[in-house]
Design a binder for this molecule. Structure first.
Ligand code: SAM
Ligand code: SF4
Length: 339
């Protein structure tokens, strides 16, 4: 059995936001005051998450990523990871984190069955990191990455969102990390989602521009990884690490989409950029059968859009979008949807 949408994409990847809370306040993701938190009773319990995943696994879901908010701030995460890993069919368990608490948890999560981590890191300069995250200490993240490596959570993926006027001048420095580490350094296009009014076409840097800067260091050759997902990977000659580009706005993003999201408050969200959601909570909290959960998962395939409506052509032209254009301005905070 499989989950297949109306555009023949097979969905085998579930991205689950387990909390909307975060220990940082990245300026492009949240306002300084944070986002009004969900009430605890709104957030799915671990047993509810496990129940959905058990059904999803019977429908061909093989890969789980836990995200948030900051997933490492949720209590007993190790229990959830260990329980998810025991579900028949789940082959790959990963986590997206800001890395602040990773040093503390890397080993126990690896022992519980976590396969990999993606660490979000937008600047290598302590002052700038503090400014971008509104108070984060980069030394904690770097220790977290080291601990993850030691715990065998490989490959380490570093996600960087280049933003003009903020950290755009560090693109080359990040790319150079792949010359002497086996990290996967991935550049993610800045998306018009998250902190209201922070996104602007002036701050946006397209993948083409990022890649041109990286290529100043040396030529890149394409790399085919086992599961590329939405990223396109390249490598410098004989470099141990690889460089990925995730072009949410400009290129080939939606055609390869193999994922479905569950928000922290238990909504199935077939597309990051679409407000269409299917509430799982009534089924999970009532006396519904597993068949009802399966029906909702299948329903999400019916409503999964072919692609987002944000300009997909080369770059973004400000005038076109200044009026609101096709940008989904009313999107929920990224911390609640699960980035
Ligand atoms: N707190 C964890 C972290 O930062 O890795 C997980 C949640 S965070 C919302 C997941 C990812 O979303 C991060 O890599 C972050 O950089 C990214 N993100 C948030 N807002 C974004 C935006 N407007 N454009 C692109 N990426 C964004
Ligand atoms: Fe928190 Fe991640 Fe958003 Fe930064 S990007 S505020 S770490 S959820």
């Amino acid at each position: 059995m499989e989950l297949r949408d109306n555009f023949h994409r097979v969905i085998d990847y579930l991205r689950i936001s387990i909390t909307d809370r975060c220990n940082l306040r990245c300026i492009y993701c949240m306002p300084a005051s944070g986002v009004r938190p969900l009430e605890h009773k709104e957030i799915l319990t671990y047993e509810e998450v496990l129940r959905v995943v058990r059904v999803a696994a019977t429908l061909g879901v093989r890969k789980i990523r836990l995200t948030g908010g900051e997933p490492l701030t949720r209590k007993n995460l190790t229990y959830l990871v260990a329980s998810l890993k025991k579900i028949a069919g789940i082959e790959d368990m990963s986590l997206t984190t800001n890395g602040i608490l990773l040093e503390k948890y890397a080993r126990e999560l690896a022992d519980a069955g976590l396969d990999r981590v993606n660490v979000s890191l937008d600047s290598l300069r302590p002052d700038r990191f503090r400014e971008m995250t509104r108070g984060g200490e980069i030394s904690a993240v770097l220790r977290g990455i080291e601990a993850a490596e030691k715990a065998g959570l490989m490959p380490i993926k570093i996600n960087m969102v280049p933003i003009r006027g903020l950290n755009g001048d560090e693109i080359e420095e990040f790319a150079r990390m792949t010359l002497d580490t086996a990290y996967h350094v991935r550049f993610i296009e800045f998306m018009p989602i998250g902190a209201k009014d922070f996104w602007s076409d002036k701050r946006y840097i397209s993948t083409n521009e990022t890649k041109a800067l990286v290529e100043k260091i040396g030529p890149l050759s394409p790399v085919r990884l086992r599961r590329n997902g939405p990223a396109r990977y390249f490598r410098f000659d004989s470099a141990p690490g690889v460089i990925g580009f995730i072009s949410a706005l400009t290129h080939h993003f939606c055609g390869d989409c193999n994922r479905l999201r569950i928000t922290a408050d238990g909504k199935l969200r077939p597309c990051l950029f679409s407000e269409t959601e299917i509430d799982l909570k009534p089924a999970l909290r009532g006396s519904s059968s597993e068949e009802e959960i399966e029906r909702l998962l299948r329903l999400s395939m019916e409503v999964k859009p072919e692609g987002h409506t944000i300009n997909r052509s080369e770059g973004i032209r400000g005038e076109e979008h200044a009026s609101g254009g096709s940008f989904p301005r009313a999107l929920k905070p990224m911390s609640r949807i699960g980035g």
